[in-house]
Design a protein around this ligand. Structure first.
Ligand SMILES: O=C(O)c1cc(=O)[nH]c(=O)n1[C@@H]1O[C@H](COP(=O)(O)O)[C@@H](O)[C@H]1O
Length: 234
């Protein structure tokens, strides 16, 4: 299995117990995956937990989906960069000015700046939910619309569903990174995710990174599921 391929999996560490999370992480190698810390673990355990993962040698995606006034978000991504994370995200719906200010704030970190990624339409949303928010476009149209805005603002890529990956690569080019949650290996439970794909389908569609949480973390043998997923995309 190639090194590059195996680093495409970003495991969503959505645990409410730090010891359980660390026991799981200690069974993994930083050569086979990266780790994502989101709102639940960061709210419980904060920057100290993130630093512990970095000290264990893992690249960390800090998934706090910042959405606020431009000044506040620029300062928040600066704090993330100082923590040493590999990737951080904001909501594209926070607007062009918010995204471009956040990008500019990271310039001071040079090649140590984290990748800055914009969330487009959450993978838990479908068109019924978009209509409720007053959005009349299809999910794919809305994702492309927000992704173009993110690219214009200088961001490195977007979070989207793998279902939109092919159209986004065609529209925005190979270098614009696509981070896709809503990944469900064959036979696993969709849960609250609506726009889903299997790992292999997602890679074939053009996803650069696959975010996978519960199908791995809640499996009887998480390490085996991770290695099966890595094998399926190698
Ligand atoms: O930004 C994200 O990571 C994210 C965006 C999105 O549109 N959908 C989405 O599920 N996520 C995150 O990806 C992870 C998916 O976890 P599972 O559904 O358990 O695989 C969760 O931690 C979500 O917070």
């Amino acid at each position: 299995m190639s090194f590059e391929h195996s680093k495409k999996i970003l495991i969503a560490l959505d645990y409410d117990d730090q010891e359980v999370a660390l026991n799981f992480v200690k069974q993994l190698s930083p050569d086979t995956c990266r780790l994502k810390v989101g709102k639940e673990m960061f709210t419980y355990f904060g920057p100290a937990f993130v630093k512990e993962l970095i000290d264990l040698g893992f690249d960390v995606f800090l998934d706090l989906k910042f959405h606020d006034i431009p000044n506040t978000v620029a300062k928040a991504v600066t704090a993330a960069a100082k923590m040493g994370v590999w990737m951080v995200n904001v909501h594209a719906s926070g607007g062009f000015e918010m995204m471009s200010k956040a990008k500019s704030a990271l310039e001071q970190f040079g090649d140590k700046a984290p990748l800055l990624i914009a969330v487009t339409v959450l993978t838990s949303m479908d068109e019924t939910e978009l209509k409720r928010l007053g959005v009349d476009k299809s999910a794919q149209e809305q994702v492309i619309y927000l992704a173009k805005l993110a690219k214009e603002a200088g961001l490195d890529g977007v979070v989207c569903s793998a279902q939109e990956a092919k159209a986004l690569k065609a529209e925005l080019g190979e270098n614009f990174k696509l981070v896709t949650p809503g990944i469900r290996p064959e036979g696993s439970d969709a849960g609250d995710q609506k726009r889903i794909m299997t790992p292999k389908q997602a890679i074939d569609a053009g996803s650069d990174y696959l975010v996978i949480g519960r199908p791995i973390t809640q499996a009887d043998d998480p390490v085996k599921v991770l290695s099966d997923v890595n094998r399926s995309i190698a």
